[in-house]
Design a protein around this ligand. Structure first.
Ligand SMILES: [Zn+2]
Length: 466
């Protein structure tokens, strides 16, 4: 090697090192390390938090800092500067330790479906005991857990323990500790065991009920939008309401879907209920800001009918009947508000518009894209791409940004076109012409399907009925 060559290569290597360092500075935020040791009786947890750089303040959204015990700088003095949900740390603190009591969920937030914590299982929220520094984009918290009991957490598993990154903090994440049933759905790509709190006799039925809509959602993009989602089902006992009276998505320190289910109902009853298809469909989208709830609710309401039909729980005509009926009810109840205008109304006034205006827009965009691309692209394909590039997402999205993103993922401009046409236009997006072209005829509120219609093939392709 001649001298010049050596110089050249050393120089390049240095330059490369420098560039690598710069890149890693830009792309890697702080990594904090937490160690949690849960007491055998599930009453408390010992927390040791090591920060990668000094931290000034910690916060737990549902915490009470003054109730922490033995709060101190690691190996140092006690910390006395606590206020409500916050702990102000002495200058240059890089390690903190404390003991927190674990409170059942109903002690930290109201639960309209009753208290499921008992001597066998504790249901608590990490945001009541996990005091964290503010997490910016790229910051992460690695957590190691020591527990004698089974544990279910919303955090993503990293092989050795868990990792938390920033999340939209919609709703309140949950931890279960103790005895509960675990359901292995790894065959459909769920990396975390689903949880059932209820009698063992119902376990096989609950497992079958959950599996199908999860598989239907993963079929959309070829994989689950978040393979680490925590799925929780609680038996509410006999319900005089629907078989699955309530479900919701939590995006707090990870993603989770929670169901309240009447496990005594038959498998057929559970499968005909749309709640699971609706809630799992929410995972196809990032968290869209709450003022534009009509986007997440609308897309989930569209897919609840599409997926129920694709799974064979609704006939094709029932799927379209339910969509058409809901569009008509939303139109009848609409008091001159636009989808974006729902943010300025009381929820009970805007409810139908919130659930169905976005569903009508999803149908418009899906049909338009399938028509333009001759069936090569669809709402399914762009949401599959979205899941590959951008989910789960650490932040909440603006509605227009979401629609624009879908256009960059093969949406061919149809999403922004639909958004600009209807998001601020009063009333439900009209669907009469669209229905006629798809071969969805309505007479006396009853739908019948016309297979000779111009876009009948698209109608069948949406529901995957051939
Ligand atoms: Zn919903």
């Amino acid at each position: 090697m001649n001298k010049n060559m050596e110089y050249c290569c050393r120089y390049s290597a240095l330059l490369l090192l420098g560039l690598t360092a710069l890149t890693s500075l830009a792309s890697h935020g702080a990594t904090h390390r937490y160690e949690l040791v849960f007491a055998e009786d599930s009453n408390s947890v010992q927390v040791t938090a090591q920060f990668s750089t000094p931290v000034g303040r910690l916060k737990a959204r549902h915490g009470q800092a003054r109730k922490l015990r033995e709060l101190k700088v690691c190996g140092g003095p006690a910390i006395r500067h606590q206020r409500g949900k916050r702990i102000n740390l002495p200058e240059n603190t890089t390690c903190v330790a404390y003991v927190a009591d674990l409170l059942p969920e109903n002690k930290t937030q109201s639960s309209r479906w009753g208290d499921f914590s008992n001597s066998e299982v504790l249901i608590t929220t990490p945001s009541s005991f996990l005091f964290l520094p503010e997490l910016n984009n790229n910051d992460r918290v690695d957590i190691s857990v020591q527990a004698d009991q089974a544990i279910s957490v919303p955090w993503a598993s990293n092989g050795r323990g868990y990792t938390i990154v920033a999340s939209p903090e919609s709703s309140t994440g949950l931890i279960l500790l103790g005895r509960f049933h675990e359901i292995d759905l790894s065959a459909i790509g769920l990396e975390k065991k689903a949880v059932f709190v209820g009698a063992a006799d119902h376990l096989a039925k609950i497992s079958t009920w959950l599996e199908s809509p999860l598989a239907a959602v993963s079929a959309i993009g070829g994989r689950l939008p978040n393979p680490q989602v925590q799925v929780l089902a609680f038996d509410v006992g006999l319900s005089d309401r629907s078989p699955v009276p309530f479900g919701y998505v939590m995006r707090d320190q990870g993603e989770a879907v929670r169901f309240y289910v009447d496990a005594s109902r038959s498998l057929q009853d559970l499968q005909h209920d749309w709640t699971a298809s609706h809630e799992f469909s929410h995972l196809l989208l990032p968290y869209v800001r709450t003022q534009q709830k009509w986007i997440s609710e609308g897309f989930a309401s569209y897919y609840q009918n599409v997926l129920q039909t694709r799974q064979g729980y609704y006939s094709e005509v029932e799927g379209w009947q339910r969509l058409a009926g809901s569009f008509a009810s939303a139109q009848a109840q609409n008091a001159g508000m636009s989808p974006n205008g729902t943010a300025h109304r009381e929820f009970w006034q805007a409810r139908m518009m919130i659930y169905w205006s976005g569903a009508a827009m999803a149908l418009h965009a899906d049909t338009l894209l399938r028509e333009r691309s001759d069936g090569a692209r669809s709402l399914d394909t762009v949401l599959g791409k979205l899941s590959e590039c951008c989910l789960p997402s650490a932040h909440d999205w603006k509605g227009a940004d979401f629609f624009a993103k879908l256009d960059t993922l093969g949406g061919e401009g149809v999403f922004m076109q639909v958004y600009q046409k209807y998001a601020d236009r009063r009333g439900m997006p009209p669907t009469e012409v669209l229905f006629r072209r798809l071969g969805i005829e309505i007479s006396d509120k009853t739908v019948w399907l016309d297979d000779t219609a111009e876009l009948a093939h698209i109608r069948r392709a949406i529901m995957q009925v051939y």
